[in-house]
Design a protein around this ligand. Structure first.
Ligand SMILES: [Zn+2]
Length: 289
C-alpha cells in the first residue's frame, strides 16, 4: 500500500513539475534584450500582448468581454501597469469586448482604431471608457508608422482601401520588426485585404504569422501565404467553437509550406521570444502540430 502511495505522489509531482516546466519559459530571462510576443488564450477571440526590449508595451485586442479580466490579470502578472500602444483592430466583440476593462485598469498611451464604427453596446461602452480617461483615438490605415527606432519598427500595413464590404477587411494589420525577426499580425483580415496587400509595395515576409481570422477559409489565401513565407503560424481559436475554426484546409496549407503551427485551443498561452536573431516558442501545454 505504502508503495502505491509513494508512486501516486511521485506521478503527481512529476506531472506538476512537467506543467511548471513548460509554463515557466525555457531560458526565460527578464533582464535581457529580448522581445516577447504573448498570444493570450482568450478562447474564440484574439488578444496579443507584446513586451518590447525598451520596456514599452503593445496590446492588440482583448477577446470577448468575459475575457477582459483574464487579459488584465495576464498583463499584471508580467509586472506592467501601462500599455503604450493599444490597438482595437476592428469592432467585433471577440476583439474589442475585453478592451473596456483594459482601458479602465491600465495607464494607456496611444489608442489606434480603423475607420469603421459600430452601434454595438460593447463598442459604444469602449468609446465611453476611452473618453472618461480623456484619451483620443487615432484612426489609422496602411502606411502609418507607429514605432521607428534603431532596432524596432512597427507599421500599419492594412486596411489599404477606404471601403470594404466585410467588416473583417477593415482589420488593422501590423508588422513588427526587431532586428532580423519579423512578426505579422493579421487580426481578421480576409481575402480582399490580403489581395490589396499583395498588390501593395509592402514587404509581407515574416517569420511568425498570426494567422488571419482564427484559421477560417476566408483568409490565408495561397499567394498571400507564399508571400509571407512564415516558419511559425499562430492560430487564436476556442476549443469546440461554433465556426469549426481552424479549418482543415488552412492547417494543410500551412503544413505544406512547413509552417510550425501553434494554437491557443491546444497550447493555451503561447509566447514567442526573440533576441532579434533567434526565436523560441513557449507554450502553456501541448506541443506544436
Ligand atoms: Zn475574430
Amino acid at each position: 500500500m505504502k508503495k502505491v502511495i509513494y508512486l501516486i505522489v511521485f506521478i503527481a509531482a512529476a506531472l506538476l513539475f512537467e506543467f511548471a516546466g513548460t509554463y515557466a519559459y525555457k531560458n526565460y530571462d527578464d533582464g535581457d534584450n529580448s522581445l516577447k510576443v504573448h498570444y493570450i488564450d482568450v478562447w474564440q477571440g484574439d488578444s496579443t500582448f507584446i513586451e518590447l526590449p525598451n520596456g514599452k508595451t503593445i496590446l492588440i485586442d482583448a477577446g470577448e468581454v468575459e475575457y477582459g479580466d483574464r487579459v488584465v490579470k495576464y498583463i499584471k502578472s508580467l509586472g506592467h501597469s501601462k500599455i503604450d500602444y493599444l490597438f482595437a483592430t476592428h469592432p467585433h466583440s471577440d476583439h474589442i469586448g475585453g478592451l473596456k476593462k483594459v482601458v479602465k485598469t491600465f495607464d494607456i498611451g496611444s489608442i489606434y482604431m480603423p475607420d469603421i464604427t459600430s452601434n454595438s453596446t460593447l463598442y459604444l461602452d469602449l468609446l465611453k471608457a476611452i473618453e472618461t480617461k480623456n484619451k483620443k483615438i487615432n484612426i489609422v490605415k496602411a502606411g502609418k508608422t507607429i514605432i521607428s527606432e534603431d532596432d524596432i519598427d512597427l507599421k500599419v500595413l492594412a486596411p489599404i482601401e477606404d471601403e470594404y464590404e466585410e467588416v473583417n477587411d477593415y482589420s488593422i494589420v501590423l508588422k513588427l520588426t526587431y532586428k532580423e525577426k519579423k512578426f505579422l499580425f493579421m487580426a481578421d483580415a480576409e481575402y480582399e485585404s490580403e489581395m490589396d496587400l499583395l498588390d501593395s509595395k509592402y514587404d509581407l515576409s515574416a517569420d511568425v504569422l498570426k494567422v488571419g481570422h482564427h484559421g477560417s477559409t476566408s483568409s490565408t489565401n495561397y499567394y498571400f501565404l507564399k508571400a509571407v513565407k512564415p516558419s511559425i503560424g499562430i492560430i487564436s481559436v476556442g476549443k469546440n467553437n461554433d465556426y469549426g475554426h481552424p479549418k482543415d484546409t488552412i492547417l494543410e496549407k500551412l503544413k505544406k509550406q512547413n509552417v510550425k503551427i501553434y494554437r491557443t485551443d491546444l497550447n493555451g498561452n503561447i509566447v514567442v521570444r526573440t533576441d532579434g536573431r533567434y526565436e523560441e516558442v513557449s507554450v502553456q501545454y501541448g506541443s506544436n502540430s
